[in-house]
Design a protein around this ligand. Sequence first.
Ligand SMILES: CC(C)(COP(=O)(O)OP(=O)(O)OC[C@H]1O[C@@H](n2cnc3c(N)ncnc32)[C@H](O)[C@@H]1OP(=O)(O)O)[C@@H](O)C(=O)NCCC(=O)NCCS
Length: 169
Amino acid sequence: MPTATSGVSNEPIQRIAADVKLGRNVRIFGFTNLYGCEIGDDVKIGTFVEIQKGAKIGHRCKISSHTFICEGVTLEDEVFIGHNVVFTNDRYPRSTANGRMQTEADWACIPTLVKRGASIGSGAVLLCGITVGENAMIGAGSVVTKDGPAGATVAGNPARVVKSKNVRT
Ligand SMILES: CC(C)(COP(=O)(O)OP(=O)(O)OC[C@H]1O[C@@H](n2cnc3c(N)ncnc32)[C@H](O)[C@@H]1OP(=O)(O)O)[C@@H](O)C(=O)NCCC(=O)NCCS
């Protein structure tokens, strides 16, 4: 609570909309914005994470700070998401349609699936319409344009398989 002298609050500021389906034992840090999404049990969500409507987060996932998870994204159980990871759901984004601001009627959300046990390194960008396979590892800073094979390590821009098996497989 703010003190009379400092005016500083240590209470975490979070926006967790009433329509969020939260599992058990979910830990959410400050400055997060969650709406219309589903979060499984035992999930940890870091500071400055936004999770949009329609996104689904499985059980025991860890989502590190500054990450953006948009509509259309599904994370299965035990997925790790590094810091500042950006998902996308529109391959050809535009501000306007026929000279007026676009509405949801003007575009189709393209889904992305991250399968069980996969990890996405910090700063990665995932283009939409792809599947990251089970236990796959995506390198830091990668731009992922295609499906990532199960158990492989995929890295770079554009991301390529750098190891067909990673330490978990
Ligand atoms: C992808 C990663 C797991 C690979 O680790 P590794 O299995 O030990 O692989 P290596 O270091 O042996 O690298 C294999 C090759 O991939 C390249 N590479 C590794 N990571 C890369 C990355 N992030 N982007 C581009 N290329 C990468 C290496 O340069 C090497 O290339 P070479 O064979 O031409 O020399 C690791 O580099 C990484 O990015 N981890 C994510 C870290 C992170 O974001 N953590 C989040 C929270 S702290």
